[in-house]
Structure formats: C-alpha cells, structure tokens
Ligand binder design. Structure first.
Ligand SMILES: NC(=O)c1ccc[n+]([C@@H]2O[C@H](COP(=O)([O-])OP(=O)(O)OC[C@H]3O[C@@H](n4cnc5c(N)ncnc54)[C@H](O)[C@@H]3O)[C@@H](O)[C@H]2O)c1
Length: 264
C-alpha cells in the first residue's frame, strides 16, 4: 500500500500525535482530513498543511457522536473520492483513583464518579469504535485498499490512577485482532487493522508538565527522552507500506520498562 495519493483521515488531528500524523502523511503526498473538536486547531493545521503545498480539509466533529462520525467520513469521501488510512487519535484523560480514603478515619471519602469515567470511555473507546466502524463501512462499500489504526497506549497494561483510561486503551489494543478475525470470516480482504500503543510522547500535555515529575517518568525509559510524535507517525507510515503487519497493536515506547513496577 502506498502513501502517495492516498486519503488519510485522523481524528484528534488538530493537536499532538494526530497533528504529527497529518503533517507526516501530507508531506509524503497524501490528501488529509483533519477531524477534531477544536475548530481553532483544525484551522491552524489545515492552513499549515496547505502552506506546505499539501491538500487538506478540516471537519469539526465529536467522535463520541454517531451523527458526527457519519458526517466526517462522508465529507472526506466527497472531498477526495475515497478513503484509505484512518487513524483514531482523539483521546482524553481524567485521572484519579477509584477510591480515596479519609486520612483520619480510614473510611472512603470519595469515589471516582461517572463524570470522570464516562467521558474517557466515550472518547477513547466508543469514539474509536465508531470511527473504525464507519471507516470500514466506507472502505468495504467503496472497495478501496484501507488501513485502520486505533491509538491505544502503553498504559493498557493497567496504570494505577487510570482505571478509566487503561480500561479503554486495553480494549482499543484488542480491536485489531477482533476486527480482522471478523473480516477473515466475512471475506473482507481490502482492509488491514494495526493499532499503535505509544509510550510517553512529547505532546503539549507532557512537555508542559512539572519538570521533576517528567524526570521521574523518564527514569523508566531506556531511550532517556520523550518520544517525538513524528516517531509515532513514522511507525504508522511503515504499517501502511508493510502489508505483513495486521491484526495486532504495536508498542512504541522508547523502551519503557517500569523496572520499579507500575504501581509506584
Ligand atoms: N501523549 C502521550 O504521551 C500519549 C501516550 C499514549 C497514548 N496517547 C494517545 O494518543 C492519542 C493522542 O494523544 P495526544 O497526546 O496527541 O493528545 P492531545 O490532547 O494533544 O490531542 C488530542 C486531540 O483530540 C481532540 N479530541 C478530544 N476529544 C475529542 C472528541 N470527543 N472528538 C473529537 N476530537 C477530540 C482534542 O481536541 C485534541 O486536539 C490519544 O488517544 C492518547 O490517549 C498519548
């Protein structure tokens, strides 16, 4: 599968990893659709791609909505005539432990509420499902060669303080195996699915954090630095070109090993 002249749609394409994927593929000659909730970021990324000589459209949408998902898939196919590569990068965190205890009584003083649970599941899991489902529908009906890329996280192993996020990301990591098994059963041969599970990546969320806390995180990373979003984009580009990669989720972590255990 070739990147040049392919059509690439990225949810969460207005920032961070999604933005890097958009720019990487646009530079390599793909036509790109930037899907995001934040119109300001969409406008910035689309104009930067155009300034590089690329072809881009922007679609403001919420990935948790079925109607919005149908809308951004349709708009992309209408604009570019097909759809080949879809990266579901829209994601959020709302960290916290399931229970908090009162220091004096030892009794439960607070529980993780649905206000923290539901948006994380809706965005990271339901949103990814809807994007992958509707992209696959368009690719099957259009007969186009396709690659579906859910974005999981290395925290799929079970990060303390992220019961909501880890639950969604472990399901995202399983999605390629289940979907490709289904395609095999149904005789769908034109679409592959490969997930990526990044480790700590240099997006605004992490680069802006407390530098001491960042140093502590990096102590577990063999590479000794944050991963560049472009390194994740490069892995996805390799997945496009290597058709032996399928029905799996690849970690890109710089060698995150948790030698001290993950429950620090
Ligand atoms: N940054 C990391 O270290 C890291 C590590 C592992 C996995 N990830 C995953 O990579 C993906 C991208 O992360 P990032 O660091 O680039 O985040 P980011 O916050 O920089 O970008 C996420 C983008 O998604 C958009 N978005 C959020 N909710 C949305 C919704 N409901 N509908 C449409 N757009 C929505 C945001 O507006 C934003 O532009 C996420 O799925 C995240 O869980 C990130």
């Amino acid at each position: 599968m070739k990147i040049k002249d392919s059509v690439v749609l990225v949810t969460g394409g207005g920032n961070g990893i999604g933005e890097a994927v958009i720019k990487y593929f646009a530079k390599a000659g793909a036509k790109v659709a930037v899907v995001d909730m934040a119109q300001k970021n969409i406008d910035r990324v689309v104009s930067e791609v155009k300034a590089m000589g690329g072809e881009a459209i922007g679609i403001q949408a919420n990935v948790t909505s079925e109607a919005d998902t149908a809308k951004f898939i349709k708009a992309t196919v209408q604009a570019f005539g097909k759809l080949n590569i879809v990266v579901a990068s829209a994601g959020i965190i709302r960290d916290g432990t399931m229970l908090q205890l009162d220091k004096e009584t030892g009794k439960v003083s607070r529980k993780m509420g649905l206000d923290k649970w539901q948006p994380v599941i809706d965005t990271n899991l339901t949103g990814t499902f809807l994007t992958i489902r509707d992209a696959a529908e368009a690719m099957v009906n259009g007969g186009w060669e396709g690659l579906l890329v859910p974005v999981s996280s290395v925290n799929k192993v079970g990060q303390v303080g992220q019961l909501n996020y880890s639950s969604a990301k472990v399901a995202d990591a399983l999605l390629p195996k289940i979907v490709i098994g289904e395609f095999l059963l149904r005789g769908i041969k034109n679409i592959r699915c490969v997930g990526v599970a990044p480790g700590y990546t240099a997006t605004p969320m992490l680069t802006g954090m407390n530098q001491e806390a960042l140093k502590a995180i990096l102590a577990d990373v063999h590479l000794g630095r944050l991963i560049a979003p472009e390194e994740i984009a490069a892995l996805i580009a390799h997945c496009v070109e290597n058709e032996a990669l399928n029905a799996t989720t690849l970690e890109v972590t710089g060698g995150l090993c948790y030698p001290g255990g993950i429950a620090k």
